[in-house]
Ligand binder design. Structure first.
Ligand code: PEP
Ligand code: MN
Length: 272
């Protein structure tokens, strides 16, 4: 397959391993990025971070600026959440992944998070991508739910066209005729991207399915096809979550996620 790419092409660089302090994405370790859909309060988040940390999870996801379909839905704590990220990553030694929605926030994101997420709705926000190509901060680029692989790879090329060398792509499901699941996980994209580019690939089974009970089976599938990790939503009380409770794992389910995924990860010659 000719994706017609340059920086993400294997001929340019065989493999991109993203280093974040003592951790890597795209190396031997299968990374589990976990956390609530949104940071809802400092205390709730701290408990979630400490729980996930106790399970060996180093990358914590949480939204500060939530791109919600309805303007009446919870929009995230915004700058207040970024302040909590700065404090918690320093105190707890975890790495924070959070979505940027406005290029005017780039400077404050640089100080507040370890990986900047570009969400599905902004995958083709070209001014934002161009601006992020000028910074030295890993970017997790999510596939738009109506975008094909070429469009995803071109978006990655925008990010790689400046000084930024650290791009991770994320398959998070696309819109299809199926309505039982929130989106349809396009699992074939993982080997396609791995075989044709040098970028690490993460799978988000939470947004792909919208159903908590599908998150572990789909995480196992992601590991089996060679993904470099998964990003999953976890909430202490999913029924009370301000967003995406239905797809959030309970604390109890996190042990099973790790245990069941680990078996597959080992079978493909990696570790958790
Ligand atoms: C998210 O990860 O918080 C999110 C909003 O996902 P997506 O952009 O894939 O919808
Ligand atoms: Mn969510």
């Amino acid at each position: 397959m000719n994706l017609d790419i340059k920086y993400a092409d294997k001929a340019y660089k065989d493999k991109r391993i993203i280093k974040i302090a003592d951790e890597e994405i795209g190396g031997e370790k299968f990374q589990i990025i976990a956390g609530p859909c949104a940071l809802e309060s400092y205390d709730d988040f701290l408990r979630e971070v400490r729980f996930l940390k106790s399970k060996g999870i180093k990358f914590i996801r949480a939204g500060a600026f939530k791109p919600r379909t309805s303007p009446y839905s919870f929009q995230g704590l915004g700058l207040e959440a970024l302040e909590y990220f700065r404090e918690i990553r320093k105190e707890e030694g975890v790495y924070i992944v959070s979505e940027i929605t406005d290029l005017r926030d780039i400077d404050i994101f640089m100080e507040s998070v370890d990986i900047v997420q570009v969400g599905a709705r902004n995958m083709q926000n070209f001014p934002l991508l161009k601006e992020l190509s000028h910074v030295k901060k890993p970017v997790l680029l999510k596939r738009g739910f109506a975008n094909n692989v070429k469009e995803l790879m071109y978006a990655a090329e925008y990010l790689l066209s400046g000084v930024n060398e650290d791009v991770i792509v994320c398959e998070r499901g696309i819109r299809t005729l199926e309505t039982v699941t929130r989106n349809t996980l396009d699992i074939s994209m993982v080997p396609i991207i791995k075989q044709n580019s040098n970028l690490p690939v993460i799978v988000d089974p939470s947004h792909a399915s919208g159903i908590r009970e599908l998150v572990i089976p789909l995480s196992k599938a992601a590991a089996a096809v060679g993904a470099d990790g998964v990003m999953v939503e976890v909430h202490e009380s999913p029924d009370k979550a301000k967003s995406d409770g239905d797809e959030s794992l309970t604390f109890d389910m996190v042990d099973n996620l790790i245990k069941e995924t680990e078996n597959i990860v080992k079978a493909v010659g990696r570790y958790v």
